[in-house]
Design a protein around this ligand. Structure first.
Ligand SMILES: [Cu+2]
Length: 121
């Protein structure tokens, strides 16, 4: 399992690593997810849920689902998601997946991370 967060200042390529939860700034840090990192869910229609430590700009945030063969799906962020949450519904087949999130926090900083999980039949 790999958890990672990167910050990108504006559109610049400069990036530096942060330790999740220890930044005093308002970058969006993932604090809760369904599925959990390393977790397992049953195949079928699944509600994905990512909660952050700050409000995010949904229109400038992205959620991608990467299958073990590298196939990537851009997921639709639900309109009704709370200000600090990304919700999405997806149909999942058994296998290993990585959920890649990229969010823009209210302080204008972009953060990214991944949640790996598996789906059982
Ligand atoms: Cu920030």
């Amino acid at each position: 399992m790999r958890r990672r967060a990167l910050i990108v200042f504006g559109a610049a390529a400069a990036a530096s690593a942060v330790t999740a939860g220890r930044s005093a700034w308002a970058h969006a840090i993932l604090i809760e997810s369904v599925p959990r990192p390393g977790g397992t869910v049953a195949a079928g229609r699944t509600a994905l849920h990512l909660r952050f430590n700050s409000r995010i700009d949904h229109a400038r945030s992205q959620l991608r689902l990467v299958a073990s063969d590298g196939a990537t799906r851009l997921l639709v962020i639900a309109n009704g998601s709370a200000p600090d949450v990304i919700d999405a519904d997806v149909e999942l087949r058994p296998g290993a997946y990585t959920l890649r999130w990229q969010v823009l926090a209210v302080d204008g900083h972009l953060t990214r991370g991944e949640v790996a999980f598996s789906v059982t039949a």
